[in-house]
Design a protein around this ligand. Structure first.
Ligand SMILES: Nc1ncnc2c1ncn2[C@@H]1O[C@H](COP(=O)(O)OP(=O)(O)O)[C@@H](O)[C@H]1O
Ligand SMILES: [Mg+2]
Length: 279
């Protein structure tokens, strides 16, 4: 990869261009999704359950195959280069790593052993040790719990462990799938605060899939809202957070867990589908 190519430095870190994704050869789930993740940004991918957030992340990190899914249209680039044919391990070497939904720590390993599994693409022991110490400076809770079996740590500690493990590959970009899921609000705040800190100080770029719109917009720079496999709205986090439709749909009753039925974002009164996202 040439770093002297001005086109590559001007390109966003990751760009998704009109992708369609099909599961099991027949189920069309993404219907032309486009988004950009600039260098050193935090971008939030928002939307309710089943909107297609996880599928979008899996398409970028090339984890669809294990789910019998495939990208059938469109392209994905990393600094202007197509990455659709790179394996997940090759992507990790290029600096793109995914933290999956539901945390996925190895329950029988200690926190430290879990973290060390994240350095599998690297061999320099000194660098790995330094990286471990760096992870502990961002996640002091993990240092305290380093010898505990992951199974006996809290949900928040397991989420931190999953992010910490991703950081052990020294990534440029982390795809984070619903880090707030199942966590108490103050723990979510703590996790997001660390994400922001890593973004500020280590220049790690984040693409964050979240149903917790409120929290995600508090920390993100930019947001995309997905519904039924399409991006229905995008804007700066500040604009989205103050947008009346977003407030009505996502920051009001929509996010409550009382079983209240959500109406479609498309039904919100002043919402207009934006032509350019139509396939
Ligand atoms: N492995 C799969 N096989 C078939 N359909 C799937 C698979 N994974 C997800 N889906 C479907 O794709 C749609 C989007 O799912 P997903 O990307 O997980 O959404 P989100 O992460 O926003 O909740 C849903 O309708 C879901 O049922
Ligand atoms: Mg999901």
């Amino acid at each position: 990869m040439s770093t002297s190519n001005p086109a590559s430095t001007a390109a966003p870190l990751v760009e998704v261009n009109g992708i369609e994704v099909i599961y099991n050869h027949v189920i069309l789930v993404l219907k032309g999704v486009s988004l950009q993740v600039p260098h050193q940004s935090i971008v939030a991918l928002l939307g309710g359950n089943g909107a297609g957030k996880t599928t979008t992340l899996r398409a970028i990190s090339n984890l669809l195959k294990g789910e019998r899914g495939e990208v059938t249209k469109g392209g994905i680039t990393l600094e202007g280069e197509q990455i659709a044919n790179l394996s997940p391990a090759e992507l990790v070497k290029r600096g793109v790593v995914q933290v999956m939904e539901g945390r996925h720590c190895f329950a029988h390993l200690t926190i430290e052993e879990n973290l060390l599994t994240g350095s599998y693409t690297r061999s320099d022991k000194g660098e790995i040790a330094a990286n471990l110490e760096k992870v502990y400076t961002y996640f002091p809770r993990l240092k305290t719990r380093r010898t505990s079996q992951a199974a006996y740590t809290s949900g928040g500690e397991q989420q931190m462990c999953a992010i910490g493990r991703a950081l052990m590959s020294n990534p440029r970009m982390v795809l984070l799938d619903e880090p707030s899921m199942g966590l108490a609000p103050q723990i979510v705040d703590e996790v997001f605060h660390i994400v922001k800190d890593l973004n500020d100080k280590e220049k790690v770029t984040f693409l964050l899939a979240e149903q917790n719109t409120n929290m995600a917009l508090k920390y993100a720079d930019y947001g995309y809202i997905m519904e039924s496999g399409r991006i229905v709205m995008d804007g700066s986090a500040r604009d989205l957070a103050s947008n009346e439709d977003v407030k009505e749909f996502y920051l009001g009753v929509g996010r409550s867990e009382d079983g209240h039925e959500r109406k479609s974002f498309k039904d919100v009164k002043s919402y207009k589908r934006r032509k350019r996202w139509l396939a």
